[in-house]
Design a protein around this ligand. Sequence first.
Ligand SMILES: Nc1nc2c(ncn2[C@@H]2O[C@H](COP(=O)(O)O[C@H]3[C@@H](O)[C@H](n4cnc5c(=O)[nH]c(N)nc54)O[C@@H]3COP(=O)(O)O)[C@@H](O)[C@H]2O)c(=O)[nH]1
Length: 903
Amino acid sequence: MADPALHEELERLRVEVEALRLANAAIQDQMSAGAAGADALLRAVERQAEDLRAANLRQSGQAAFTRRVMDTSGALMIVLDAEGRILQVNRRFHDELAAAEGEVAGRALDDWLPPDERAALERRLIKPPWTVYSHLFELMRVAGAYEAEHHLLGADGAYRDYWIEASPQTDPQGKEEGAVVCATDITALNLQRDALEVRERHLREAQRIAQIGRWELDLATNRILDWSDELRKTCELSHPLASGRDFVALAHPDDRDELVRAFRAAVKARAPFAHACRLRFGDGRIKWIDLRGVMHAHAGRVLRVSGTMQDITARRQADEEISLAARVFDNSLNGVVITDAKTRILRINRAFTRILGYQHEELVGKTTAVLKSDRHDATFYRALWRELKNAGEWQGEIWDRRKDGGVTPLWQSISAVRDSRGDVINYIGVFYDLSDQKRAAAHIHHLAYYDALTDLPNRQSFNDSCEQALKLARRDRTNLAVLFLDLDRFKYVNDTLGHPVGDELLRGVARRIKRALRQSDIIARLGGDEFIVLAQGVAHPDAAARIAEKIIHTLAKPFSIDGHRLEIRVSVGISCFPHDGADAATLIKNADLALYKAKEEGRDQFRFFEASLMAKAREKLFLEAELRAALERGELFLHYQPQFSLADGRLVGSEALARWRHAERGMIPPDKFIAIAEECGLIVPLGEWALRAACRQGEEWRRAGLGPHRIAVNMSGLQLERADFVATVARILAETGLPPDWLELEVTETYVMRQPEKSARALEGLRALGIALSIDDFGAGQSSLAYLKRLPVQSLKIDRSFITDLPFGENEAAITRAIIALGHSLHLKVLAEGVETPAQADFLRGLGCDQAQGYFYSRPVDVENMQKILRHMDAAPGAGSDQTEPSRGNDDRRRAPRSSAPC
Ligand SMILES: Nc1nc2c(ncn2[C@@H]2O[C@H](COP(=O)(O)O[C@H]3[C@@H](O)[C@H](n4cnc5c(=O)[nH]c(N)nc54)O[C@@H]3COP(=O)(O)O)[C@@H](O)[C@H]2O)c(=O)[nH]1
């Protein structure tokens, strides 16, 4: 029974009614005992009636009181009769349940139960032999006291949850009278309970997912009071842990002290405990856990600590990965920018700031459009976005604007980042600065296309420009002129004053030519002392001639370099488009041929290309190819020109001179083929051939007893420059067996003075072999006396050009005299070449010249004739000995006729 006051009141009423019933029964007994007591009986009856009325009055007062008590109850109150029919209900019953006033009495409470519940009740009852009016009441009756949850149909037509308590009622004799039922609406409570259960379930689920477990530790005993399943899983244990010490043993040895220290500090401070440490398992695996705890204290003493433990290994790894990614992001040498789908900048890294100058705060929220430079048009950006949308990425060169307003070339890769639905959520741009590469490329381009010394375009660059200009000229039907320039005597400056002066002179020349020409003209340096000019819009060859004159004129003014006053001249060859060639190569080649002609004809002037130059060039090419073949075909042979002592007419030697008899063209003069051989380098094999042939011949004569006789062989500068030349000469001497003092090598004065150091070294080597050395064509070059003194030579050959005008040419006579005096002062023999007349011979003898060679004595002759001369001279009586004379092999010395008669 839910309401004890009501129960007590009902009990009291029942006792009162029972007392009345017993009094009534006593009256009945007295009445039946006799009439004697009728008055007494009547009075008694009246008294009883009076008592009964009073009792009824009290009872109806009590009933009203009971109703009031019932109505004040917060629960539904139902009074059932012995059949389970409703006798009385309180007001709340009408308020809450679907029941109109007056319709309730006599009904069973089952009427308000949902059908399924009613059926369930019915199933629970063992069918009694009597008619069951209310199954719910029957259950109450059977149970004695009944408590259960049921659903009752509410006034709003919906079932609500009720907690029903029923107490069966019996009269004092124990007869069943019915029951009093109290039903409390627990719908809200149930909802709260359900919500709580859901919350608990969620909490459990969350703990499972978050791998959080609960623990509790009793500090006094160090016993673990609570150790949840989740903890067992985290610690990979099959049983709960017993003590705090057991737990510490699970921690990584390196972390244990720190864990204990942190725990004790929290307990001491009665502060929440939070600590992360590692667990180490038997197989070496590590797990990171996060421990948290709260202190439970009593009377200022912490008794228990309860808390959680969470496996944070994954989070820790993720944190580490994130931190790694952040470090990579920040420390990347590449600039990185991350935007949202609308290209609004979310993040930039340090390299971005370094490359483009913007700070993070300056760009966040702005779109990447702020970085756009005017280097690209709309088409470029459209193509970029098209590719980014289609392929999800784009990469290429892009110029972005820096914070300082400048632009920077970048190599950029942009990728679209999509979410699980495939929508773009971010763009990531990664780039590096191309400025250095561009600078390097520009530098390399400059090196490849510009001359390092003068900074003028080089040959390659000139060719390209020339082709471009030709295209335009073809299209516009205009003329062009190519002017090929070569500085006269530049080599001399270089060799005598050194390369720094030569370099400065070239720079000065470049500046002057540039200044003399129009901006539209292209001037390039081809190398050495060669320059080339492309003049555009040259309507007439006269205009090209004026340009050439301008250049000649501007370079004619002396240069002042490093304290030297330098006067140089320039020769210019001109070719014109379209007349002299249709392409750059032809125009350049023809201008070169014209230059050659200008030089040939006296230098310091210009010449136009003529078709005949081409014929000459072809002839040169032909001869070059033929000469190469001639060496192999054996078309070359030697002639010998005798050399005599002027003092006594003795034959002292002969000069070996190369001759070429071409199978078709007959004899080709040495003047022609030696120059070609020098130009194309064939002079080296040709020279070696001549040396071998001369040595072989000399040895033959020596063996034949014709001599002593020194054979002079011409040596080209190119031969002398070869590192193996001395060894080659030594080998040839060894091969042929000719004694070295039978051989003389001639090198021109021009070469010796041009390459003083190189030639000195080579000449020393040759001299060391015991070979005689002479300087050919002396007087034509510009010898330095100081240098001449140091050369290991034994004789000078006066250039033929001075002898020709003797004895009457005053200058020539003076020079010849000076050369002879110079030679003698250096203890050198002096030989005059090109002696054609007896007057010349006599004059030279008068000057003290030692030896002579020339047509007056003999032209160069073939071997047979030379042998005849040798034999003839051998037979003739000799004159005095000559210190430069070759050894005989015995003491017998032959004398030549003293007279200067020609052979
Ligand atoms: N490096 C080599 N050079 C050689 C070789 N063979 C020849 N040469 C050089 O060729 C140039 C022309 O030579 P060549 O036509 O043989 O002329 C020589 C003589 O014939 C000529 N000469 C001699 N005497 C007279 C004369 O009285 N009058 C006159 N008009 N010419 C004369 O002089 C040339 C010899 O000159 P040089 O050598 O300077 O003594 C010539 O430069 C040869 O050197 C070779 O194998 N290698």
